[in-house]
Design a binder for this molecule. Structure first.
Ligand SMILES: NC(=O)c1ccc[n+]([C@@H]2O[C@H](COP(=O)([O-])OP(=O)(O)OC[C@H]3O[C@@H](n4cnc5c(N)ncnc54)[C@H](O)[C@@H]3O)[C@@H](O)[C@H]2O)c1
Length: 381
């Protein structure tokens, strides 16, 4: 049993209490190294940062737009973490954390790694990890591939299964409900994108009684959605019967003018993907009302109502930022225990010089080992 009293912030201590995988991870390969991190600044991230500090690493941290919790940032500053973030930041403060000349980076969206590739790598730089589907794609698209190891956490089968599918599914729907206080059973919900995230969102919505439709450009994914029992179709065709739209493609500008014209009055649009770019908000015109709506006692989300020329009102939550992070506590703690353990173990491999140059998946042997440990925590006794 770990002594958790050193986590003096109640939410962070609660997260730590439910993060046995990370608490049992050996971080000594990172001792004495400068670690630049871009992650959502919330309690689970704080547990990782605190453990890195305890292991003797120097931590430079920035956050993703719209998801920084100031109380968590302040607690980490008190521990000695160099925090460069504020709740209303429009972008991660990439330059500020790279100014620390990191030995390794832990990235989320590839903002840090792309900056290093564009502007030069510090001396003694060893490599890093990238968390997301979207960030990994941005790196793999480049002509100049990284001359250092980048382990893509999202290429872990385990991460896709536990976090993207089951964790995102639960927390996105939770975020939507917190932000709106709307009823899910009976609603007509459309999920754009049926990767692990979209699949989890669709499954959670259906378990709550929504009538779920799915659009995906990939025929295998469309087929999978149909075989899972969802109605499928082209996105533009589905939108006319959509009360709730969830954007889970990870790609820019997926909703067309025709799709916007088809959406019914009072449709609510929520973001799931890493960047808030799946719906080009310019296409909706200027928002008529901007209000912070109290969805539940504790959680609010910024609602923008866009009145269309024909009078229909389209409601966009939090400018399509990830609704599970904006209006709920982010992914469930156990899912992030797993994800951050994959991050920490992969970063330790990079720090120990045990990864080759290039963008690569989490080694399968490591993935399976962590899967076995995680499964053991769920076994019936
Ligand atoms: N909110 C969170 O907590 C969270 C957690 C993990 C990942 N993510 C993000 O969620 C997004 C989805 O992740 P994933 O792992 O499911 O990705 P994925 O790439 O496996 O799946 C995306 C799917 O969208 C489809 N798609 C692409 N363009 C489309 C279009 N124009 N119309 C319809 N379908 C289209 C693709 O064919 C693919 O099947 C990514 O941006 C990822 O970074 C968010």
């Amino acid at each position: 049993m770990h002594d958790l009293s050193r986590f003096t912030h109640a939410d962070i201590r609660w997260a730590a209490q439910n993060m046995p995988l990370l608490l049992n991870t050996d971080l000594t390969p990172l001792k004495g190294l400068r670690v630049a991190i871009c992650l959502h600044i919330e309690p689970k991230t704080a547990v990782l940062c605190a453990l890195l500090i305890e292991a003797g690493a120097e931590v430079w941290l920035t956050g993703s737009p719209g998801t920084t919790r100031q109380d968590v940032a302040d607690w980490l500053t008190g521990l000695g973490v160099q925090v460069h973030a504020a709740a209303d930041d429009e972008a991660p403060r990439v330059d500020d954390v790279l100014a620390g000349n990191p030995h390794v980076v832990l990235d989320n969206g590839a903002d840090l790694i792309r900056k290093l590739l564009d502007h030069g790598v510090p001396p003694n730089f060893l490599g890093g990890t990238e968390e997301t589907t979207t960030g990994a794609r941005l790196l793999r698209q480049r002509e100049d591939q990284p001359p250092f190891p980048v382990i893509v956490i999202n290429d872990s089968y385990l991460k896709l299964l536990v976090e993207n599918r089951w964790g995102v599914g639960q927390s996105v729907v939770q975020g939507f409900m917190n932000a709106t206080n709307r009823m899910v059973p009976g609603s007509r919900a459309t999920v754009a994108g049926y990767g692990p995230c979209g699949r989890g969102v669709a499954q959670t919505l259906r378990q709550l009684g929504a009538r779920v439709r799915v659009a995906d450009l990939d025929p295998y994914r469309r087929l999978e959605a149909a075989l899972d029992g969802h109605q499928i179709g082209q996105l533009d065709d589905l939108l006319a019967d959509t009360d709730l739209l969830f954007l889970a493609t990870g790609h820019p500008d997926v909703v067309s003018d025709e799709g916007i014209a088809a959406l019914p009055d009072n449709a609510v649009i929520s973001g799931v993907g890493h960047y808030p770019w799946e719906l080009d908000l310019q296409r909706l015109g200027a928002p008529a009302r901007q209000v912070d709506v109290p969805g539940s006692a504790r959680q609010t989300a910024h609602h923008d109502t866009y009145v269309q020329p024909d009078g229909r009102r389209l409601i966009v939550l939090a400018k399509t930022r990830m609704i599970n992070l904006v209006s709920a506590g982010g992914n469930p703690i156990e899912a992030m225990d797993l994800g951050l353990t994959l991050q920490a173990r992969s970063l330790a491999l990079v720090a120990a010089g045990r990864a080759t140059a290039g963008v690569q998946a989490v080694p399968e042997v490591l993935d399976r080992e962590i899967a076995a440990t995680f499964a053991a925590t769920l076994e019936l006794s």
